[in-house]
Design a protein around this ligand. Structure first.
Ligand SMILES: [Cu+2]
Length: 118
């Protein structure tokens, strides 16, 4: 019985030992698109990694991902209303910025995001 209690405590301690900083929003491969935000708006990803923009089914506005810098084609996701997905990957390192043409600007205000590809 004591051994079982010890094991239960040991397993609980192991489960709680995950570094909380690893639970942040950086290095995600999925960016959610909701009225009117990209989450996370700034992200760091790895070259060759697929990144998926997931347009929420509860959106009441039309959104898109339109590149200010970065991939040449396709230059945008096309309009998604309300739901959909857009997948992109980068073969070169750099900082790439994008915005929704309806709710953001090329200067990065409003509904806009950036990716650091390393
Ligand atoms: Cu939008």
């Amino acid at each position: 019985m004591r051994f079982a209690t010890f094991m239960a405590i040991a397993l609980l301690a192991l489960a709680c030992s995950q570094d909380p900083s690893s639970l942040g929003s950086m290095n995600t491969t999925e960016i959610s698109v909701t009225d009117d935000f990209f989450t996370p708006a700034a992200d760091t990803v790895t070259v060759g990694q697929n990144i998926t923009w997931q347009f929420g089914s509860l959106n009441t506005h039309t959104h898109n991902v339109t590149w200010d810098t970065g991939p040449v084609m396709p230059a945008n996701s096309g309009d998604k209303n309300p739901a959909g997905t857009y997948v992109m990957f980068f073969s070169q390192t750099g900082t790439y910025t994008y915005h929704c043409t309806y709710h953001g600007t090329i200067s990065g205000s409003g509904m806009a995001g950036s990716l650091v590809v390393q």
